[in-house]
Write a protein that binds this ligand. Structure first.
Ligand code: MIC
Ligand code: SF4
Length: 644
């Protein structure tokens, strides 16, 4: 039997279920990662489930999203994470050590293994041949405790790469091209496998850029083979012993094959406000730029930073532009410093930012009102930068650096700058001193809980009948940034009652108040949405905080994978309209009832909603596995596991 790479990894980790496309299976997780913004809740839930120690081969807790430490809240979170990691046997990566995905790729990623992370860009690990999947914190907590991760056996698309990238065309442009081809919706249940002769022309960090932004297409993960290039990278990281070869068998089958000639790729940009709105940089040439940000988990490797610094060397940042550079890891930053590249960046007028998520999540560096910002990150959703009307474009480090100098969108091929060829180093600078590794002595650590550390919120059991009230009616492609803003609100991630005040803050600031009143009046709150509800981040707060506000159901035309799983984990029913047109027939304020609400889920029947306001009956489907039905009717996974 010939297997593709995805099948090889999935089948070797299969512990429950039949490997039949679309059916739910349980897989063993070898490694987990968390980051601070989702991590505090993940560990609080780990503790609430009564788990005693880590059962994975490796679990790492990174602090990278919010490192600004304004006020006590953020620092309290960090101390909680450090002490809880020590107690349960988790590696702790201190603030300043870098962005989780970049650091994990450098120091821990292992071909052929599974990685589950409480961050939607965990699939970055696919660049080194891991099946690396993003999930909610609760799923990651379960996996840390040795529980299986449940997902549908995927469809696998092969992306057959041929040719080689030309100068000024980059891995970022490859993935933007993929986004143009596959779009940002409709790819739920798909894993991408990259193959073909073009693969060997891409370095591991380049592959990681491509795997990282698969998240924007909504695919579960993207996997590259593990070959000689991977071996070289791992050797340069001093980890050759972790390398294994991984390739598809001859005759392996795929659900779809996409051919992509790397030599046909040209510099591209994703335009406001979606990673899927792709245009050629040449079409945008001339547009004045206010801000440029180079970094994020997508494009912050040694090569990317060196390339940017070579472009900026001996040149000055245009006076109308503010340039921020955030190297992805301390390793990258240390190497830039040793090579003199940091000096070149400083000479050019770049502002050096901490090796952290920072600007990418709108935690600082928000553009001016209406400002044009060119960023090398992966998401340009409305308001994510912290400025609602900012115009954020996603580009390669090359395009970003050139624009920083010219002050406008510039086709880099026509800028009169020689293309800097930066080679992958034969040896990276390895210094693991910012990790705190678990040890028997540390197991006795007392967990620090400052006043910002709340309890994971509890839910009631699912009601028998639905007495629903529609709280909001939103359109297509509602992202988790719309539902649960991050940026300045990040400091409330460990405090659900405080954070819940900001649900839908930028869409409808009165949402929270309305939900509280409706809940107090005895209604079950309902959200109505269009296609691809819950795109983007894995933040389970986008389910947990609505749960706290009494939301019991989201009725939508379709859902994104991670968010749908999070809704179920927090006891909120993800209902899909059988007939999409019913979406138009419901308005905010309508009352929806269902007489056999709990029984319909328990027995796996369609859910018939009666719109008491219009008199219409609406049929919804909620295709769940038996396991998911049990979680939902218990009022969520935490209720189920703690027997509440
Ligand atoms: C993001 O890029 O949106 C984040 C911030 O990394 C999130 C996680 C979070 O909200 O904490 C993600 O991608 O999952
Ligand atoms: Fe951090 Fe941005 Fe990457 Fe999310 S997308 S992990 S916020 S750098």
């Amino acid at each position: 039997m010939s297997n593709n790479i995805v099948e090889k990894i999935m089948l070797s980790h299969l512990k429950e279920g039949q490997y039949v496309k679309g059916q739910e299976i349980g897989i063993r997780i070898d490694q987990t990662l968390t980051q601070d913004a989702t991590g505090t809740m993940a560990y609080l839930q780990f503790e609430a489930m009564g788990l005693k120690e880590i059962k994975t081969d490796l679990s790492v807790s990174y602090v990278d999203h919010n490192t600004v430490q304004v006020g006590f809240e953020n620092s309290d979170d960090h101390k909680y994470l450090q002490t809880v990691a020590a107690k349960y046997g988790v590696v702790y990566s201190r603030p300043g050590n870098g962005i989780c995905h970049q650091v994990h790729l450098e120091r821990f990623g292992k071909p052929g293994t599974t990685l589950l992370g409480s961050d939607s860009h965990t699939p970055t690990g696919g660049g080194i041949g891991q099946v690396a999947i993003g999930a909610g914190g609760l799923d990651v907590a379960v996996a840390m405790g040795g529980g299986l991760f449940y997902t549908a056996a995927p469809k696998v698309y092969l992306v057959n790469l041929t040719g080689e990238l030309k100068s000024w065309s980059t891995a970022k442009d490859v993935v933007l091209k993929m986004l143009e081809l596959l779009t940002v919706k409709g790819n739920v249940g798909v894993m991408l496998e990259y193959g073909g002769k073009g693969v060997k022309t891409l370095s591991v960090p380049q592959r990681a850029v491509i795997a990282n932004m698969g998240a924007e297409m909504g695919v579960t993960c993207s996997v590259f083979p593990s070959d000689g290039v991977t071996k070289k990278f791992m050797k340069a990281q001093g980890r050759e012993a972790d390398w294994t070869e991984l390739k598809a068998d001859r005759g392996a089958k795929y659900d779809r094959i996409i051919d992509l000639d790397l030599s046909s790729i040209e510099p591209l940009a994703a335009c406001p406000h979606s990673p899927g709105l792709v245009k050629k940089v040449s079409e945008l040439a001339g547009l004045a730029v206010d801000q440029v940000c180079i970094g994020s988990c997508t494009n912050s490797s040694y090569r990317d930073m060196m390339t940017a610094s070579e472009i900026l060397k001996g040149r000055k940042v245009a006076p109308t532009v503010s340039l921020g550079v955030a190297p992805g890891s301390r390793q990258v930053l240390q190497m830039l410093a040793r090579k003199g590249a940091l000096a070149n960046l400083l000479d050019s007028g770049a502002r050096i930012l901490e090796s952290a998520c920072g600007f990418c999540i709108g935690n600082h560096f928000s553009p001016k009102s209406g400002g044009v910002s060119l960023r090398t990150s992966n998401r340009n959703f409305e308001a994510r930068s912290g400025t609602k009307d900012a115009q954020v474009y996603l580009v390669s480090p090359e395009v970003a650096a050139v624009a920083a100098v010219t002050g406008k969108f510039t086709d880099p091929r026509k800028a009169g700058i020689e293309y800097p060829v930066v080679k992958e180093p034969a040896a990276f600078l390895v210094d693991d001193s910012m990790f705190i590794k678990p040890s028997p002595e540390l197991r006795g650590t007392e967990v620090f809980r400052g006043p910002n550390i709340g309890e994971p919120p509890k839910n009631d059991k699912m009601p028998e009948k639905l007495n629903g009230a529609v709280m909001i009616h939103v359109g297509d492609k509602i992202t988790t940034d719309h539902i649960m803003p991050a940026g300045a609100r990040l400091k409330y991630r460990s405090n659900v009652p405080a954070y819940a005040k900001y649900v839908f803050e930028n869409v409808d600031p009165a949402f929270h108040q309305r939900c509280q009143e409706s809940k107090a009046a005895g209604f079950h709150n309902v959200i109505v949405a269009g296609e691809s509800y819950g795109q983007g981040s894995s933040r389970e707060h986008a389910a947990m905080c609505p749960m706290y506000l009494g939301v019991k159901a989201v009725a939508a035309k379709s859902f994104e994978r991670i968010h749908a799983a999070n809704l179920i984990n927090f006891g909120i029913a993800p209902l899909t309209f059988k007939n999409g047109a019913d979406y138009d027939g419901i308005k905010a304020g309508d009352k929806l009832t269902c007489g056999d609400w709990r029984a319909a889920f328990a027995e796996g029947r369609p859910v018939m909603l009666k719109n008491e306001t219009s008199g219409k009956t609406i049929e919804c489907v909620c295709a769940l596995s038996g396991r998911q039905r049990a979680i939902l009717t218990a009022g969520g996974l935490l209720n189920q596991t703690t027997g509440k």
